[in-house]
Structures are given as structure tokens and as C-alpha cells.
Design a protein around this ligand. Structure first.
Ligand SMILES: [Ca+2]
Length: 394
């Protein structure tokens, strides 16, 4: 019984890992050659000599004068005179009668001097000068020359270089909702550019969208450029702008409903990149971008961080999306989308009109009714290309 149960669990695990492998197979690691823009410079090497001080310690022996007490043993002789009593006989004459005398002797004591000496041990000390050695540290410093070279860069210019990028998505396919999610770190930061398919909306809807992924994980939601389309390629009714149209990587509109779904799932920032007819490219980033409520698809944009000569977009924040067949703008006398030939979040009417006619000229001969951006090249310069891309704010 136990063996059967283990067998069943094993089969289930095998099935699970198989389905996981199939999920991931779509996103397995690939190596791609992509063109990467690098800035190269003319480089000149400038060298000069500088001096710096290097110090080290050496030790020298010095002698100091010192008084030392030196002692030696010394014997001392001490003498004194003592008197010893010595008996001596003293002769005398005893004469009891006249003319009769006898010689006699008489004993007496005489003191005889004698010298008595003794030796005693003592010390004799005296101070003697002497030299004591001492070791002293001595710092010696030298000026050491050194050559310092710097590379001076000038004449910066962009060049396109092919690089091999390895891209390995590690996310579950259900978590991959925009280009930022296919941004994967392998060694250094890698990304996969190009067109990708992403699920959108609730999983049960099985709906997907295709978006062009720019470098650094930007998802392109709108793009204009020179791809052989007619100049009024974007002149379409309201419903087309709701659902989206065009070809990712070429002229493309993701659709208001898709923009609404994506930008309400997370906090997105917006990057607007414009190129004029001389090929000069610039961009502006807005830290907050949301297509808010359904139906009217009002724009919320905020946090302009510079670029494109000024902020030509914040003016439109809060306005609904207007199209030629749906006037929700703030111009009572007419329809901005019709008048300026572009569906947009018109107020009364616009500071930029990226969905308008594609004329690709710096002198349109008409006012504000082509791909224009007030602060970048003004209202009469129909830009060569324009792009709106979004990315989750970090
Ligand atoms: Ca109006």
C-alpha cells in the first residue's frame, strides 16, 4: 500500500515538474546578439610627476654619561698601647747596724707598655664617570618621485556595438506581465529587448498582448516612426484607441483598456522619447503614470524629471481621452481630436499631439496637427519618431 502511494506521489511530482518545464520552456535562457549603444571618446594620456614624502624609522646607538658608584673592600689596622704588669726585683741594702749592711732584694711591679693591633674589614666607595649606550629611533624622510597619468576624454560620440546578452527569466510565466519582468540578472544586468507576449487581465480570460521591450525593461505602449505607413495611420475612431492597433516595434498603440489594466496593477513610470527630423533624440521621464478609470480613460501623470526641453505633458493630467468621434475635451467650441487630427487626453486643446498625422518634416505649414511636442520642437515640427514606454517604479 505504502509503495503504491509513493508511486502515485512520484507520478504527480513528475507531472508537475513536466508542466512547470513546459511553462518555463517558453522562457528558457537564450543568448542573443543585440546592438548596444556605447559612448566612445578620443582619449589622450596626460602624465606628470609628483613628489611625495616617504619616511622610515632607523635606529642609532647613543651614549650617555653616567656616574657610577664603585666600591672595593679595604682592611683597616687598629693599634693601641696596653700596659702589662711585670714583677721585678729591686736590690737594696739593709743596714741594721752601723757598718753592717746586707744586700737584699725587694719585689715590685712595673708596668711595661705593649702595642696591640687588630685588622677590620671596611668598604671604600667612589663615584666614577662612565658612558651608557641607549638606542634611539630616528625618522628619515625622502622625497620620492611618482608619475601620475590621467586619461582625458574628449569628443564623445555614440556608436552601436553588437554584444551578446544572455537572458534567463526566473519568474513563473504568470508573473511576467511587462518588459520589466523579463529583465533578468545574469552576471551583470541583462535584459531582453524585442517583442514579447504577455498575459493580461484575469488568468481565466487567457488574453495576451504583444509589446516591444526597450532596453532596461521599458514596455512600449505607443510608438510612431517611419515604417512606410500612410501619414494618417493613427486617424482612427474611439473604439480602435480603446482596443489598440498597429504593430509592436513599428507604429503601435497598445489600447486604453490594456493601458488601464497594466497601470492599475502596479505603480508605473512613463518615459517619452522623441526624435526630431535631424535625428536628435531626447527623452523625459514622469515618475507616475496611470490610465485611471474605465470608460473615460482619464490620464494621471506626475513627477516630470526633466528632458525634452520642458514639461509638455503634465497639462494633460486629469483629462479624459478624446477621439474624433468622441469629444470629451475642455474646448467648448469644437473637438480637439478632430481639429488637430489626433486622439489624445485633450484639454483645450494640447501641448503635444503624439497620435496625430505623421508628416516627418520640420516645417509642416500648419499648426499643431501632426506629431508635435510644444517644448521639444514646437507645434510645426512633425517629429520623425515618438515613443511612450512604461516601467514599474522601483
Ligand atoms: Ca469639445
Amino acid at each position: 500500500m505504502k509503495r503504491i502511494l509513493l508511486g502515485v506521489i512520484g507520478s504527480l511530482l513528475a507531472l508537475l515538474s513536466l508542466s512547470k518545464a513546459q511553462d518555463m520552456a517558453v522562457y528558457e535562457c537564450v543568448e542573443k546578439v543585440v546592438m548596444s549603444e556605447e559612448i566612445v571618446f578620443d582619449e589622450e594620456v596626460n602624465c606628470r610627476h609628483i613628489y611625495h614624502e616617504e619616511c622610515m624609522n632607523s635606529y642609532v646607538t647613543k651614549f650617555k654619561s653616567h656616574q657610577r658608584n664603585e666600591c672595593s673592600d679595604q682592611y683597616k689596622k687598629k693599634c693601641m698601647i696596653v700596659y702589662d704588669p711585670v714583677p721585678i726585683k729591686i736590690p737594696y741594702q739593709f743596714c741594721p747596724k752601723k757598718d753592717f749592711c746586707r744586700n737584699l732584694t725587694r719585689l715590685t711591679v712595673k708596668e711595661v707598655p705593649r702595642e696591640m693591633c687588630s685588622m677590620s674589614l671596611g668598604k671604600k666607595c667612589e663615584e666614577k664617570p662612565m658612558l651608557l649606550p641607549t638606542i634611539e629611533a630616528e625618522e628619515k624622510c625622502l622625497e620620492v618621485p611618482k608619475e601620475v597619468c590621467a586619461i582625458v576624454q574628449s569628443n564623445p560620440r555614440p556608436v552601436q556595438k553588437p554584444v551578446i546578452k544572455t537572458w534567463c527569466p526566473s519568474l513563473d510565466s504568470n508573473d511576467i506581465r511587462d518588459c520589466g519582468d523579463v529583465l533578468t540578472v545574469v552576471g551583470s544586468v541583462m535584459y531582453q529587448t524585442g517583442i514579447h507576449e504577455f498575459p493580461i487581465g484575469p488568468p481565466e480570460s487567457n488574453r495576451t498582448i504583444r509589446m516591444d521591450c526597450d532596453e532596461d525593461g521599458w514596455s512600449v505602449i505607443q510608438s510612431r516612426g517611419q515604417f512606410g505607413n500612410r501619414e494618417n495611420y493613427f486617424a482612427r475612431p474611439w473604439l480602435a484607441f480603446v482596443n489598440g492597433f498597429g504593430v509592436p516595434g513599428m507604429e503601435f498603440w497598445l489600447g486604453l483598456e490594456n493601458m488601464h489594466l497594466i497601470t492599475n496593477s502596479k505603480n508605473y513610470s512613463l518615459k517619452i522619447t522623441l526624435e526630431d527630423t535631424d535625428g536628435i533624440v531626447d527623452h523625459a521621464i514622469y515618475t507616475e503614470f496611470k490610465i485611471s478609470e474605465k470608460d473615460r480613460y482619464a490620464l494621471y501623470v506626475n513627477g516630470y524629471t526633466g528632458g525634452l526641453g520642458g514639461d509638455s505633458f503634465s497639462y494633460h493630467s486629469g483629462f479624459s481621452f478624446s477621439a474624433v468621434d468622441r469629444d470629451t475635451d475642455a474646448w467648448p467650441e469644437g473637438n480637439c481630436a478632430l481639429r488637430f487630427r489626433g486622439a489624445w487626453w485633450h484639454g483645450a486643446c494640447h501641448h503635444g499631439n503624439l497620435n496625430s498625422f505623421n508628416k516627418n518634416t520640420n516645417d509642416t505649414g500648419s499648426f499643431a496637427d501632426s506629431i508635435v511636442w510644444r517644448d521639444f520642437r514646437g507645434y510645426r515640427h512633425s517629429l520623425r519618431s515618438a515613443k511612450m514606454a512604461i516601467k514599474v517604479l522601483n
